[in-house]
Write a protein that binds this ligand. Sequence first.
Ligand SMILES: Nc1ncnc2c1ncn2[C@@H]1O[C@H](COP(=O)(O)OP(=O)(O)O)[C@@H](O)[C@H]1O
Ligand SMILES: [Mg+2]
Length: 346
Amino acid sequence: MLFSRFFRLASQDMAIDLGTANTVVYVRGQGIVLNEPSVVAIETLNGIRRVKAVGNDAKLMMGKTPDSIEAIRPLRDGVIADIDVAEQMIKYFIEKVHGKRRMFRYPEIVICVPSGSTSVERRAIRDAASNAGASEVHLIEEPMAAAIGADMPVIEPIGSMVVDIGGGTTEVAVLSLRGLAYTTSVRTGGDKMDEAIVSYVRRHHNLLIGEATAERIKKEYGVARAPKDGVGETIHIKGRDLVNGVPKEISINQAQIAEALAEPIGTIVEGVRIALENTAPELAADIVDQGIVLTGGGALMSGLDEYMRDETGLPVTVAEDPLTCVAIGTGRALEDPLFRGVLITA
Ligand SMILES: Nc1ncnc2c1ncn2[C@@H]1O[C@H](COP(=O)(O)OP(=O)(O)O)[C@@H](O)[C@H]1O
Ligand SMILES: [Mg+2]
């Protein structure tokens, strides 16, 4: 008994939220130890591809790489676009957390996967973790992890709805009794919002800006609805003029940003509406009381909760720490035997 506890402490059992935008790693008994972009920079020299950087270092290279280097987001749209690169990324993060220490016991790992991932993709993720030294690999579906992380009543016979707005996808799910009663994945999330800002600025100002700039604008000034005064703050954006090709600066206001974001945000709200329409009446009745909980980085969009409240007529709340909620839920599923039943073992 004591002996087995010793071995448990000596090992580094981990929970990994493999997100389309960010990977977050939680270690048993320690909490979150790593939070980095899901980005890999690949260099091709004489036809040979090799990993140049992963995570923070690789994200800094995005949009600024020479022809020989490519910054890849292997999970970009919620499916695994490049399984080899995804595998290298998973291994890199696991090794980074482990350090070079000698392991007494190979660790147990729980990985959170998008609910829309195929069995082939799940197999590949599982293999990557095994190859990186895991003794046992369990998977958990993202909405379940998000709901556990947000302290929702997932093991009780009470219906609840979670909406996880990530980079590539938005996952909408109704949960009850350790299971997903309904789930849908919309291919619209933070990335589509960034793209919407890029195309708005191009269309209205003939200015070309990069996705990293658009993401920064979204995080700092993005609003789901035009500000009450109809204008909001005015911001200056630098980029390249499409007509004469030189760098220039323009200004736009928050009402215009809201206009740019209307389409992706509308798509997300539509996904929620469809999920509500497909929910069994008893569960729907619970959701009226429980409301909807928003998780994922997109939940931080200013005014989105209020907008969704108005559109659905239901109570909408934002989870305490939307960006780490899924990792915390995955970590709890690893630590607490109460949640064992939600893990996918086969
Ligand atoms: N304050 C914010 N406002 C709006 N969007 C944000 C904010 N902070 C982060 N995001 C967006 O959240 C997304 C990442 O969320 P995350 O839950 O980590 O995604 P994933 O689980 O797919 O990796 C990115 O598109 C990022 O731009
Ligand atoms: Mg996520």
